[in-house]
Design a binder for this molecule. Structure first.
Ligand code: FEO
Ligand code: CA
Ligand code: CA
Ligand code: CA
Length: 672
């Protein structure tokens, strides 16, 4: 954990501007050669694809319930950053032995936390600063604060605790958002660079600009910001993405947990336009999950009814420019954004794939109006402000359509249905997609493009509310059929599944696609492994039915549940990390499988997480020799007084969410 003060390579900005990781080159395909021509630092696409790619070759681990990060033989890991590690020399590290005595309600807690690594690390993206990728910037989301894991005597309710200790809200605001931190690899070990000029915390109070069609819209205006152009903070930052021009995209997900008093607002005014939108997001009818509204009126719907419209966006951050305000990119729509995965299409435009993580929500794609300019980084600065947002409809015949969320589309998205303009279509993207007939999915999490094949993979984590038979039900402010369909075939769906999409003509700007189920998660050995897609009939399969891309040898497959974030190595193998229930009550983990060839779907477990933790991230270093992983909320279900995990600091210590760097002993590409 030793930190060293580092210096910044003088040409880093230029390097960052010019560099493309191997992954991005492959994503971009051969059509985008111009960038590669002017720098010897860059792999050319032909080099990238000619490089021999080794096949998977590790010995899979068994599922585990141990309070440890378990890896295959000849792999180990370093801790890169733990919650509370200071990013600046003048700020002390958090001493977790003082949690029990209430250090986080002390007078310095919030100010210190705003300069320390945040809580509940989630997405990780690595932006190289040098030619070999041994120095770079990590952008890490800090999703939320698990109340009982940080405060002693946490009280019977969060509301009671906040009433006693209102200053705890300032700490919580400082502990989430994004941690931007420079890291360097020395003698094979990644270390953070304390005091780097690039180190930066973005919190729930950081000023953030608004870009795109909803900038200045009526629903974006509040008393504190009558222009609707500048928001304080980003919240609930779950997964993310990175653009080809080297900026970070952070996704605002479970924003409904931060806003309370919807019932009081309903008694005050009958603005269906506002209240229906908040109901569609399941905003707190009374107290919110975190009770911030009792301390800060902007989280009280009865005082600032428009404040929630300023959250639920994709936020773009330039990791090379700590002075530049992040920007909420409203053209990408407002919903519970899991992540955002940009891909350069054959025609040079940028497609961004996104999931809305709630039960019965949708898959989205944004396509930019302008083309990506590989030669001029600044030309792409506002590329994400203009374009078309689509939602996906999956048809039973294995085809699908991207439905444009455009004002007055099909005569539906207009004032009659509560949309006064394009800004309102984007602010209420869920309602717009529902009207157009998008397919409600089983909690869409990460959506990622395979860099080798261009196919899109969608992780649907699970959906306990999916019914076995067609049934009308009210969920999140609208009535829908909760029964199974071809793309969500299991009711209930306790283990989740993954869909594979092929865009028409492999064009990421296409308006139609074909699709199939790639994975029905669960326990192959204890259930019924099917190998033919025709065996997956909606309503005719149950949670014991599993499908692993057609792979047939049960004894070689690992059980898996709750797929969440996904990623790809340079060979196009699919890496999956999980958040939630696992077969046989084992811990969350990380798995990998090929997506093509004879081993398609041969999913094997690579990592098991400590007790109570979910696993997030799944980011490779450019050379493929490091896998960065977030271990989020180890010890969940326990408390400061009764910890259920002691990872990573060992016996007697409080658990801490941390980013780890996994490597092969002696070096080599991860997984091979
Ligand atoms: Fe924050 Fe959808 O996981
Ligand atoms: Ca989480
Ligand atoms: Ca997630
Ligand atoms: Ca999740």
């Amino acid at each position: 954990m030793k930190k060293n003060s580092g210096t910044i390579p003088p040409a880093f900005a230029t390097l960052l501007q010019q560099r493309l990781t191997r992954r991005r080159l492959l994503e971009a395909g051969v059509a985008m050669t111009p960038l590669a021509l002017n720098s010897s630092l860059l792999l050319s696409p032909s080099n990238a694809s000619a490089k021999p790619v080794a096949t998977l070759g590790f010995r899979p681990i068994a599922a585990s319930a141990a309070d440890a990060v378990v890896l295959p033989d000849n792999y180990d890991y370093d801790i890169v950053a733990r919650w509370g590690d200071s990013m600046f020399a003048a700020t002390p590290d958090l001493d977790t032995s003082k949690l029990a005595s209430g250090v986080l309600i002390g007078k310095d807690a919030a100010a210190n936390q705003a300069r320390q690594f945040g809580f509940n690390c989630d997405a990780i993206h690595f932006f190289p600063l040098d030619r070999n990728g041994h120095r770079g910037i990590l952008c890490v989301n800090n999703e939320y604060v698990t109340h009982e894991l940080v405060h002693a005597s946490a009280g019977s309710t969060v509301l009671e605790f906040v009433a006693m200790h209102p200053q705890s809200v300032a700490f919580a605001k400082a502990a989430q958002g994004v941690s931007v931190i420079e890291i360097v690899r020395e003698q094979g070990t990644w270390k953070t660079v304390k005091n780097s000029r690039l180190n930066r915390r973005i919190t729930a109070d950081t000023p953030i600009d608004v870009g795109g069609p909803a900038r200045g819209a009526a629903l974006m205006k509040t008393r504190a910001d009558p222009t609707g152009t500048r928001v304080l903070g980003t919240l609930a930052n779950c997964a993310g993405g990175e653009t080809p021009w080297g900026t970070y995209l952070t996704a605002e997900e479970n924003i409904q947990d931060y806003f309370g008093n919807l019932e009081r607002l309903r008694r005050q005014q009958d603005s269906a336009r506002v209240i229906d939108a908040h109901s569609r997001f399941r905003m707190g009818r009374r107290t919110s999950l975190y009770a911030w509204e009792t301390v800060d009126p902007r989280f009280d719907l009865s005082q600032e009814p428009n404040e929630p419209f300023r959250f639920g966006w994709i936020v773009e951050i330039d990791p090379t420019d700590p002075q530049r305000a992040p920007i909420k990119r409203t053209a990408l729509g407002r919903f519970a954004h899991e992540g955002a995965s940009p891909v350069i299409a054959k025609n040079g435009r940028l497609a961004v794939y996104m999931g809305d993580d709630d039960k019965f929500e949708f898959i989205y794609k944004f396509v930019s109006s302008a083309v990506y300019d590989a030669k001029h980084r600044a030309a792409n600065r506002d590329l994400l402000d203009s374009g078309t947002l689509y939602a996906a409809r999956f048809d039973a015949n294995g085809k699908g359509e991207w439905l444009p969320l455009v004002y007055d589309e099909r005569g539906l998205l207009n004032a009659t249905a509560g949309f006064n303009d394009q800004a309102e279509v984007l602010i209420k993207a869920r309602a717009a997609a529902h009207l157009l007939g998008a397919t409600p999915m089983d909690r869409p999490e990460d959506v990622e493009a395979n860099p080798v094949t261009g196919r899109i993979y969608i992780a649907c984590t699970r959906n306990e509310n999916r019914t076995a038979e067609p049934a009308k039900s009210n969920y999140a402010g609208r009535v829908l059929d909760t029964g199974p369909d071809a793309a969500n075939p299991r009711g209930a769906n306790p283990w989740g599944h993954i869909i594979e999409v092929r865009e028409t003509d492999d064009d990421h700007t296409a308006l139609s696609f074909s699709w199939e189920v790639f994975l029905l998660a669960g326990d192959p050995a204890g259930g019924r492994l099917v190998t033919d897609l025709s065996d997956i009939q909606p309503g005719k399969i149950d949670s014991a039915t599993v499908y692993y891309g057609g792979y047939a040898r049960v004894s070689e497959l690992s059980p898996i549940g709750s797929p969440d974030n996904i990623g790809f190595d340079a060979a196009g193998n699919l890496w999956i990390v999980s958040d939630g229930a696992q077969p046989h009550n084992n811990n969350n983990g990380c798995w990998v499988c090929p997506t093509s060839g004879p081993d398609r779907g041969k999913l094997q477990q690579f990592l098991s997480a400590p007790v109570g933790a979910e696993v997030c991230g799944c980011q490779f270093s450019p050379d493929g020799e490091t896998l960065f992983i977030s271990i989020q909320h180890p010890g969940e279900g326990g408390s400061v007084e009764s910890p259920k995990s002691h990872w990573p600091d060992g016996p007697g210590k409080q658990p801490r969410p941390s980013v780890i760097a996994i490597k092969k002993k002696g070096g080599g590409v991860i997984g091979t």
